[in-house]
Structures are given as structure tokens and as C-alpha cells.
Design a protein. Sequence first.
Length: 221
Amino acid sequence: MKAFKVDDFAALVGIDWADKKHDVCEMPIDTKHYQFSVISSKPQALHDWAIGLKKRYPNKKIAVACELKKGPLIFALSKYEHITLFPINPSTVAKYRKAFSNSGAKNDPSDALIQTEILTLHMDKLVAIVPESPDIRALAQLVEYRRKLVQDRVDLSNKVTATLKNYYPQVLDWFKEKDTVIFCDFITQWPTLAEAKKARKLTLLKFFNLHNSRYPSVNEK
């Protein structure tokens, strides 16, 4: 693993990330002056910012620190050859903040500054992220999307179940799986026990057959 030095870079950057915006502290090596800015978390804004770095420091590398090892921000920035990413443990930033500030309270701009200072003083102790191939990055992103989608499905099923327990618990006994089309269609067509009781037997059997639920004994019950 290559050990980097501050002199390997034209600028050191700390990013304090958030869902909607990122606070940035940039320090050009030749000036040693901190420059603060805020960028949107939207992909186009991140791209424009990354390209802006390349234009300001042509043919040079930029070190970027962030309290992340993965996620949309890391995924977005890891594709630029002129950026070298250094993940910093959030607890390290918190301890640094507590040691060198009066209150120890979190302040967004100062976290970006702290990360830049850590890059300046302790780069030899940090391990840069090795960019993966575009295919691997794309696969990792898809896997993460799938994980979130599965969790969203579980959360939504739990909410629906909790709601139905209050006024329509019978339907929860009639259907084992709550994240299926047939279950959703049933409670849409018969949203209450009173409505379900009004349904004719042939109507119900037709409903099950149309949903490929072809279990005579179960449907009859």
C-alpha cells in the first residue's frame, strides 16, 4: 500500500457530508490558507465541483478526506483520477474537535477544517481508498439499492400490519404473506370486514383464481 505525503498533492480538502449539502474546507499547499465553501449533494453539483478542482490544479492530485468509507459521496468521487480519497474515522474527528474547541459541540464547517488539519498533520497514518473498477462500483451500488429496497418493503409491511390490527385483524389471518400483490389487491377491493362479508362466494373464488391462487381447500376455507 503506497504511503502518501502532503507534498504529493496540490491541495488538501476536508468534506463534512450531509444528506442535502456538504461543507468543504480546501487548503492549497502553496498558500496554506483555508477556503470554505458549501456544495449540494446532488450528483451534478458534485461533478461540477470535482471538475472545478481539476481546472484549478491541472495535472495535479488533490487529497480529499471524509468521514465515510462507502456511500453515494465516495462512489461519486472515486471515479475521478485526480482525487485521492482518505476516509477518517468519525470518532477521530469527534475526539479532535473535543480536544481543540472550547465547547466540544459539533459545528459543520469546523468538521471540514478538522479533516483538512488531520490530512496535513497525519497523512502518513491514513490509508487511501483504492478505486475499484467501474463494474465493481456499479455492482456495489446496485447491491446497496437492493438492500434498501428490501428494508423499505419490510418497513412498509410492518406499518400496514400495525394499521390493520386496529380495525381489520381478520385479513391478517387470511393471508400469510403481507408483501404480495394478492394481499394488497384484496384489502383494496374489500378494505373492511363488513365489505368482505358482503362479497359473494363466486366473486371471491374468481378473485383468487385471477391471482393464480389455485388451492381449492384454502380458497374454500
